[in-house]
Design a protein around this ligand. Structure first.
Ligand code: NAD
Length: 527
């Protein structure tokens, strides 16, 4: 897409109005930035990045810790903004967005130096030849972050902190549904003393995101749908720059016959309905062993009936509004399609028009099958379809029968059995007796297999996505030419034949048998 067409398109629509999905009220307005403005932002970021990279980790960490203090001081106001723009309950904005990121901020502020310390490599027999190898980790330059609306604070903020701590500048494009939360992230860092230009938030719609992917950044960190992820990957390929893609999921939860039924049922309800089911790692498929199915499903349905659905900013709300009409329609389509093919609604199954905004009842479906969209496509809403299984083999086959592979969970009182099954599931993260929450752990990697994405965020593996490893190789022996340099005399050929056999065993004793020939070779050259 050319710069010109993007500018023209945004000229007709230069503003984005952010609405509260629970009430329809306007939360605020932000500019819908053009490609030219995004390119200018990347240039400004690049101009500032060198000086930032020259600071030591402690100085960068000080600014991140100051930003952390600002977030702590203003936690309620920020939670309210998150709740108003996304529809999620206030409590959840604090527990699932703010608390984990406060921890992440202190972790990367303090530990990035250690996580990125220079690594000395064991280079085997080359080491005995006076050589050494190290890896140093250098910043990439300017990182473009494109983020979704479902965790408008936690997803971009984690990546911003890791990218900055690694010495990069950042240009962040938040979702058009939650731009004010994105701007808030920028404001917090500005007030914390981050030099102007190092973190810029470019608000806008998909065209602004596409512009950022083409604006000359050094890496794109994208979180969103598979369809958009493929477009971002194409843009990255055109420029031959790397990208991390954190995409959708259809995450299975497997409840074995020896699971604690109350715990597993409570986890299924939280894992399926937190954030109105709009988490990439939400439980989207529930498989229960037939021996405990009746008791388990009764428990799930009773707990769902007790959930309080209301406007997110009201105290006591468990389930808030969905984020958009588009998302709500997908949920309706999946439920209606399942019912038309014989699924039974155990609870829920309708829009909540009485509440005014984008509300859909928490819904549990039985008698579903893998022929239905609700078991194959990402629903991203408050719907929990349940199937029963007889054997481990059967449930593993079903769990892996998906194009997605983000997270999965196994429930059992036998931890080693859980671990054994977990290893057979095709997903980036598999939890045993836990669900959904590990994005909140700063130390563990996050990312998917199959269509759920490429690359990782969080943990050391996530941090390594934000640096360029550089190999530095030093030869301390400066007075002899290498054995393998010119001239290729007949004796050299003979020595190399010997080395091919002996050096390649990896055993220095074997190689030492060739020492006399090697010494002769050191002095043997045509000039
Ligand atoms: P989306 O793909 O519609 O949008 C994501 C972001 O991309 C937005 O900021 C959008 O403006 C931007 N965008 C749109 N078109 C673009 C283009 N052509 N080039 C570049 N950027 C463009 O996704 P969404 O609806 O905001 O988010 C929901 C999806 O995100 C779900 O599929 C969910 O599973 C996924 N998600 C994944 C993770 C994860 O960690 N794997 C986390 C959260 C959400």
């Amino acid at each position: 897409m050319s710069v010109q067409t993007l500018t023209l398109a945004t000229a007709e629509n230069t503003e984005i109005i952010s609405h509260d999905p629970a009430t329809g009220e306007e939360v605020g307005r932000v500019p819908n930035l053009s490609a030219a403005e995004v390119i200018a932002a990347v240039k400004r970021a690049r101009a500032m990045q060198g000086a930032w990279a020259a600071l030591d980790f402690k100085e960068r960490g000080r600014i991140v810790m100051r930003a952390r203090q600002i977030v702590l001081d203003e936690i309620d106001a920020i939670a309210r903004l998150i709740s108003r723009e996304s529809g999620k309950p206030l409590t959840e904005a604090i527990s699932m967005e703010l608390t984990p990121t406060l921890d992440l901020m202190q972790f990367f502020a303090r530990k990035t130096k250690k996580l990125l310390r220079t690594e000395k490599l064991d280079i085997g027999q080359y080491g005995l030849m006076g050589r050494s190898s190290r890896i140093i980790y250098k910043p990439l330059g300017v990182v473009g972050i494109i983020s979704p609306w479902n965790f408008p604070w936690a997803i971009p903020l984690g990546e911003v902190v890791m990218a900055l701590m690694a010495g990069n500048a950042v240009v962040l494009k938040p979702s058009e549904l939650t731009p004010l939360v994105g701007l808030k992230i920028g404001e917090v860092f500005k007030r914390a003393g981050l030099p102007e230009g190092l973190l810029q938030v470019v608000t806008g719609d998909g065209k602004t995101g596409a512009a950022l992917a083409e604006a000359g950044v050094d890496k794109i960190m994208f979180t969103g749908s598979v369809a958009t992820g493929k477009r971002v990957a194409e843009a990255a390929a055109r420029q031959l720059i790397p990208c991390v893609l954190e995409l959708g999921g259809k995450d299975p939860m497997i409840v074995l016959e020896d699971a604690n039924v109350l715990m597993a049922a409570s986890a299924a309800v939280w894992g399926g309905f937190a954030n109105s089911g709009q988490a990439c790692a939400s439980v989207e498929r529930l498989y229960v062993h037939e021996k405990i199915a009746t008791q388990f499903i009764e428990q799930v349905v009773a707990q769902v009936r007790a959930l309080e659905q209301n406007i997110g900013t009201r105290e006591g709300t468990d389930i808030g509004a969905m984020s958009s009409e588009r998302q709500l329609k997908i949920v309706e389509e999946h439920v209606n399609d399942a019912v038309s093919q014989g699924a039974r609604v155990l609870v829920g199954g309708h829009r909540r028009d009485d509440l005014g905004g984008m509300f859909y009842e928490p819904t549990v479906l039985a008698d579903v099958s893998h022929q239905m969209d609700v078991m194959r496509e990402e629903t991203f809403g408050p719907v929990l379809p349940v199937m029963t299984f007889k054997t481990e083999e059967e449930v593993l086959r079903w769990a892996n029968d998906s194009v997605f592979g983000l997270t999965a969970s196994v429930w059992t009182r036998d931890a080693s059995r859980g671990r054994r099954l977990a290893e057979k599931i095709e997903a980036g993260t598999v939890t045993v007796n836990e669900v959904l929450y590990t994005h909140g752990i700063a130390q563990t990697p996050w990312g998917g297999m199959k269509q759920s994405g490429i690359g990782r965020t969080h943990g050391r593996l996530g941090l390594l996505e934000l640096v360029a490893p550089q190999h530095i190789h030093v030869n301390r022996v400066t007075s002899f030419r290498d054995l393998w340099w010119f001239s290729y005399t007949p004796r050299a050929a003979e020595l190399f034949r010997g080395l091919a056999r002996r050096f390649a065993t990896g055993n220095p004793l074997q190689t030492s048998l060739l020492l006399p020939q090697m010494i002769r070779r050191l002095f043997e050259r045509r000039n």
